[in-house]
Design a protein around this ligand. Sequence first.
Ligand code: T5A
Length: 220
Amino acid sequence: MKKHSYPGRFITFEGGEGVGKSTNIAFVADWLKEQGITVVVTREPGGTEIAEKIRNDLLKAHHSEDMTAMTELLLVFAARAQHIEKVIVPALQRGEWVICDRFSDSTMAYQGYGRELPRADIELLTGLVQKDLQPDCTLLLDAPVATGMARASRRAEQGIEQTDRFELEKLSFFEKVRQGFLELAAHSPRFHKLDATQPLDKVQRDIESVLKAVLSGDVT
Ligand code: T5A
């Protein structure tokens, strides 16, 4: 897929549950603002009123019927279509930086590697919905599944967030998701894999190095 031609930059954060995406996105937004850059922070699934409604259905822990993997895939892309057209592309056209908590690499990792839906189906939908839009840079926060789950469940115990439908999956599902992200990262230069088991300040120094390289044009 060719790169987008908008003046803004599109940075995505990826990784398994609880690896620290939201925490580090807040850090990145502040860091970029200090450099005088206008930043839009958003997330997937979600980011618009309609896409957030789809997110609620996708993440709701219990429905009266099981959600099929294909329904899940199509809902993810329905939310993404709305998000791209209403939020991401307009911001990039204005020359702003869009920092997105998850994007279509999550779809390949969760619905492709995790649910084992055909890669070709996901690529077809990606082309249809994203057209020429690809992240300029993707920061993959990697940690063993148990580390991320422990962090996420500590937060759930504190009542900060409710357990969602994905968090009810078995460990083996999340192992497949993690392997999926690692394989995607190994085959694409836009990925920067970071060790998310490190203390937070060390993770953030690593992120800062990547951002400086992006700003100086050393990496795309
Ligand atoms: N999904 C999404 C799909 O299946 N397909 C798709 O295409 C897309 C886009 C979305 C769900 O939807 C699925 C994947 C997901 O299951 P979500 O809310 O984006 O849900 O995903 P989560 O990973 O569940 O998000 P979390 O908010 O749980 O995790 P984060 O954002 O990665 O972690 P964060 O920053 O909240 O940190 C968790 C805790 O760890 C601490 C933080 O302070 C926090 O308490 N922490 C650290 N502690 C020690 N050392 C560090 N280095 C730390 N970094 C963070």
